[in-house]
Design a binder for this molecule. Structure first.
Ligand SMILES: [Zn+2]
Length: 327
């Protein structure tokens, strides 16, 4: 239970977490605070929109419709991973839900899932004061894919909220159990469809074990990952030098290749030689062209032209070999 983050605080937290934020109009003050309480907050709810197209999805979530005025959430998490902030404060997203769920989310006392809700939008307790809400652009038919970049943004947004509340010293958001799906809140809801909430909570927890700037899968991250035997086999096979043996008896018997199968060093050596060969070819062509250009209009015979070009190529290739320490 905690005082809600300010608009400025959530914006800073999202950006620190690597979320690409789009600020929509007067989102910082666009809310339903005149209709009811906002806070204390106990968690965050993930939804799907049942819409297609980011622009109209964002407009709908900001403005709402005749039966349900906007904002319908705080941020729209689009297919491309951008998060469009449409409101801050009380929003019409959680509706009614099960008080038993609220109690367990507040205490973060449940196991992998909160108790199955037995109350819904029509007969439940108000959730709009207690939860941040995130509408994710998806048809919700179980077939519309969730792009990795969008799922990653969902994880980042939830981690950012928890991290910001932790930094503020709140007891809210001690772990990822503060994050639930709408279907876990209301008995009459099915969203989000396409991923399991325990998996999302595990991914949020994993993210919280790292710093806000963590970028799994980035170049820095890859450097820490050892190549597997299968990776080495693929790399060296694609070098086209030593075909991958079918089994232990199929190894190249040449003793100078002993122990060099599928080795990273072998792969790098082959690649380096390939680069040197290309440099030699480029240098040779450049020297030949320059020599030919110098001979235009001088009236020398063909044999002299060929000799001059060949000499220039030889010098250029020697230069490359010296410069790459391979004379
Ligand atoms: Zn929903």
């Amino acid at each position: 239970m905690a005082t809600p983050l300010s608009a400025a605080a959530v914006l800073a937290a999202l950006r620190a977490e690597g979320v690409r934020v789009v600020e929509v109009g007067d989102w910082r003050t666009h809310n339903r605070n005149h209709k009811g309480a906002w806070g204390p907050v106990n968690g965050s709810i993930v939804h799907h929109t049942v819409t297609k197209g980011t622009a109209n999805t964002v407009a709908l979530c900001r403005d709402g419709h005749s039966a349900l005025p906007g904002p319908l959430c705080h941020g729209v998490i689009a297919k491309d991973g951008q998060v469009h902030m449409v409101g801050w404060g009380r929003a019409n997203h959680a509706g009614g839900g099960d008080p038993a769920v609220l109690a367990q989310v507040t205490a973060e006392s449940y196991g992998s899932r909160p108790p199955k809700p037995t109350r819904g939008n029509s007969n439940g307790t108000d959730g709009n004061h207690a939860f941040y809400g995130w509408e994710c652009e998806n048809l919700g038919d179980g077939k519309d894919p969730w792009p990795a970049v969008q799922y990653d943004a969902i994880v980042r947004v939830q981690a950012a909220l928890i991290r910001a509340h932790r930094a503020k010293g709140d007891d809210w958001g001690l772990d990822a159990k503060s994050i639930i799906g709408h279907l876990e809140w209301s008995s009459d809801k099915v969203d989000p469809r396409g991923f399991a909430m325990p998996d999302l909570r595990a991914d949020v927890a994993e993210r919280l074990a790292h710093s806000a700037s963590w970028n799994p899968g980035s170049a820095n991250e890859e450097n820490d990952m050892p190549l597997t035997t299968a990776d080495l086999k693929l790399l060296c096979t694609e070098d086209g030098i030593w075909p991958a043996p079918k089994d232990a008896s199929d190894y190249n018997p040449d003793p100078k290749h002993k122990g060099h199968y599928w080795a990273l060093g072998t792969h790098i050596a082959v690649q380096s030689e390939g680069i040197r060969a290309v440099r030699r070819e480029v240098a040779a062509n450049t020297a030949a062209i320059a020599t030919l250009a110098g001979l235009i209009g001088t009236g020398v015979d063909t044999a002299a032209v060929v000799a001059a070009v060949e000499a220039a190529i030889k010098d250029a290739v020697i230069d490359v070999n010296i410069n790459t320490q391979e004379a």
